[in-house]
Design a protein. Structure first.
Length: 189
């Protein structure tokens, strides 16, 4: 399929898109009965928690302890191929039972990383990058169950990389879900 945009540029196939961090207005939640301290810390862009106190707002923790998750709602469906997770890492601890999952609907989940399969790893300032075949994603969950340092569960940051899903309406319009991002293309083949 060829597309000619309004500026006269000829495109073969779909228009090119660049990956972006999809967390522009994400909501952070967890399971019923679990409390998150400072949940917005998970998506605030601060990749390093160095003071070790949840009151600093540098990371969030879940209570009570045990196997817990944070869930991020991206607010819309994106084509995602990478999730990067930072847990508390100032002391090089290793978290147990780490698992990262993605879902388009919040009901059916795809596991993109599971330490039971791929092994545990020491936390670092670089975080842990999970790359995978592109999937339609609205929700991301990251699970942990304490660490080699203590029974606490801590998340510093999560980034979700991809592109807003695109729907073609007929052969002429590209609709990204936002009212200000519809583009016109002319069918040329």
């Amino acid at each position: 399929m060829l597309h000619l945009d309004l500026f006269g540029t000829l495109h073969k196939g779909l228009p090119a898109h660049n990956d972006e961090n999809c967390l522009t207005s994400a909501a952070v939640t967890t399971a019923s009965g679990v409390t998150l301290s400072k949940p917005l810390a998970v998506t605030n862009g601060d990749l390093w928690a160095d003071n070790g106190s949840t009151t600093s707002g540098e990371f969030t923790s879940a209570s009570p302890s045990g196997l817990r998750y944070v869930q991020i709602d991206l607010g819309g469906v994106y084509n995602v191929d990478k999730v990067v997770v930072w847990h508390y890492a100032a002391d090089g601890r290793t978290y147990h039972n780490t698992k990262t999952q993605v879902s388009a609907d919040g009901t059916t989940w795809t596991t993109v990383y599971d330490s039971a399969v791929s092994g545990e790893y020491p936390e670092t300032a670089a975080g842990k990058t999970h790359s995978f075949e592109e999937l339609s994603v609205r929700y991301v969950r990251d699970w942990v169950n304490g660490s080699t340092s203590n029974v606490g569960n801590h998340w510093v940051e999560i980034q979700v990389w991809g592109q807003r899903s695109v729907t073609y309406i007929g052969n002429y319009l590209e609709w990204t879900g936002a009212t200000d991002t519809m583009k016109t293309y002319y069918y040329a083949g």
